[in-house]
Design a protein around this ligand. Sequence first.
Ligand SMILES: Cc1ncc(COP(=O)(O)O)c(C=O)c1O
Length: 427
Amino acid sequence: MSSVGVSKLAISGGSPAVTLEHQPWPIAGDLEARWMDEVVRSGPWSWVGPHERAFCEEFARFIGARHAMGLSNGTVTIQTALQAVGVRPGDEVIVPGLTWVATMQAALDIGASVVLVDIDPETWGIDPAAAEAAITERTRAIVPVHLYGCMVDMDAIMDLARRYDLKVVEDCAHQHGSRWRDRGAGSIGDAGSFSFQQSKILTSGEGGAITCNDDEVYRTAFALKHVGWAPTADGEGLEAGGVYAHNYRTTEMQCVLLRGGLTRIEEQSRIRGENVARLTEGLARIGGPLRVARRDPRITRQAYYAVTMHFDPAQADGVDRAHYVAALAAEGVGIGVPYYPVYRHPLMNLQHPTSPIPFRDPALTQDYANLSLPNVERTCGETGAVMSHKSLLSEPEYIDQLIEGVAKVNDRLEAVREHFAAQEATE
Ligand SMILES: Cc1ncc(COP(=O)(O)O)c(C=O)c1O
């Protein structure tokens, strides 16, 4: 039994198991402050300045891709990448049913039909067999989303792409630096899409990047985010790129923050990786309903935007996930739940006039309102749990306290059940 096993649950007025604080996020230092000061005083502030150029080179090297370019967020990166690899209005794009709304919206906004498919119940990545079953003669691309602390089976996805002649845009909003068989997430498919929004492990507050290996995809994507200006062959100038495009540019200030973040990310990933190994081992040792998702041995480096976790109701003595998570939160163990099924997300109001959907031929559009993908439903509704990377940069003692907090709740599941039953009875 754990050392806190005999103390009162924090939901019932006991002392929380976790007394240490986790590291704050985001983190920046003197380097960014100095560069930012120089940029603010002397410019340039945008339009492919020196920090943007340097960042793109450094990020491409970090990911292991031939090219990288900065954009304004991780939504327009998906949209731009899909267009750059050749997705056109009316094409079908296969997307997992569990992802952030942006992945689906980006494809809808360029006129594609999004076909949502089920996920692998262990990793929550797109299920390759479900993706294969959804392929039609109109399918043009697949968007594997490497969600939270796992990667999609890229061997299976690239095999599908080869056999059916499909394009692959990896959504890497959660995977800055993860590697599949030593190849960086974002360098395996035809293009990679990254978000640098504030919660991400490489951040500039807002921002995004596209990575790719093909020169033509690079040129087209660059023009699509730069109001149509494409890089000249020598890379030194700009020329009209012949596309209909928008301004999705990044700024020098964003690139200063990103370059600073890149100087720390490998060390931070190492610490997070060690802490996840400690957490995985600790939770396995104490047993109970909560465990960390199994890591595919083909992943040679896992960046942890979050830890993917599984809650097993059969081992929870009648406590459901919401009450279990609430009891953990009271102990100071911060665990969240995954996104909604994307086809039912409250922010995904496809019937509103601002949505492209009402103007679409319903025959070409999946019946999202009546969709129910079993693994997505179970993960979102009952079994999925996530721990943010913010808990992972701290000392091992903090991780040990998290494990103690879980052990404390696991030891008292009956008390948790009774606590919430009594609460509901008085409501
Ligand atoms: C999986 C996924 N894709 C895309 C995005 C969109 O990124 P952004 O918020 O930078 O537009 C996010 C944001 O959280 C995400 O989680």
